[in-house]
Design a protein around this ligand. Sequence first.
Ligand SMILES: O=C(O)CCC(=O)C(=O)O
Length: 308
Amino acid sequence: MSSAMVVDFEWSDAQRARYDEDGFVIVERIVDPACTGILKARYGGLFAGHFETGTNPDNFPVRVAEGDLSPVTRWMTNPWRSDYTIAGFALDAGIGRHIARLNGWPGTRLLQNNIHWKPPGAPALSMHQDTSYHLWCAPADLSSCWVALEDTSAEGGTLLFARGSHKWPRTTLEDYQARIEAKNLEGFLDPSDFKTYVMEAAAFAGVEPEFVPVEVPAGGGAVFQGWVWHGSDANRSDRHRYSISSHGIRPETRFAPDVPANVFGRYKRFNDTAMDEAYFPIVWSEDGYRTPGMDDYVAEGSGARLAG
Ligand SMILES: O=C(O)CCC(=O)C(=O)O
């Protein structure tokens, strides 16, 4: 199984062991480096609010005029709904396959896709655990694939993991609801100390955290568990730092009936906990199933260049 964009490989036993132990695996090549330029070329327009499909992304806290390279950390959730090229990555069977195979799942459903862009001088992004925002998923089993679209370095504010932190005590439903109510995204994109929460969690767990930066060439990245603490420091280099990620869940995941789904509740049908595949598509399955129509959707626009 390979596409024009995602590199074909199998996980080794050593990588599986690392994933269980550390909560993440760093990979030198996930996306063909020849495709990274096509993806990041979309960012200027997207962050200026130009949406090719006519549909807004789900979360779009930062808007910056096209050509403005000011040192602001830019972030967006579900740009795949807005841009066919970004959809070419998010809906790629290869990403779903890598996530499913590493986790031992029968397939992967796309929960959400993110893009991040940090120009030189842009601030940090607070360390967090993805699953703590998605306890409305039943089961709340998340695994994400993050890909660098430029060569990354610790100095350049690459993704940082706290090794083994998926085994620390987990955020409770009460903490989660308090965060949503307190709109804890305040300070998320420009925190005074991006490690505040992870240090609190480490102290609670009684461990001295070990931080691991994802230093990879463009097209490399990592697959990581939803409970692992991660985030990124300010970009202190003179290079722009672009990344793209997909957060996957098991194909059989449903809405938890008693947990508010925040922004994603808009995709929940009345009296029904099923996840609609138009919004949470199944991108890869062991038995060959993929949500129908995705390849046509990608081919509809400029993403056709990536469709293989
Ligand atoms: O790229 C980053 O700095 C953060 C990525 C991230 O947290 C995510 O995609 O979940």
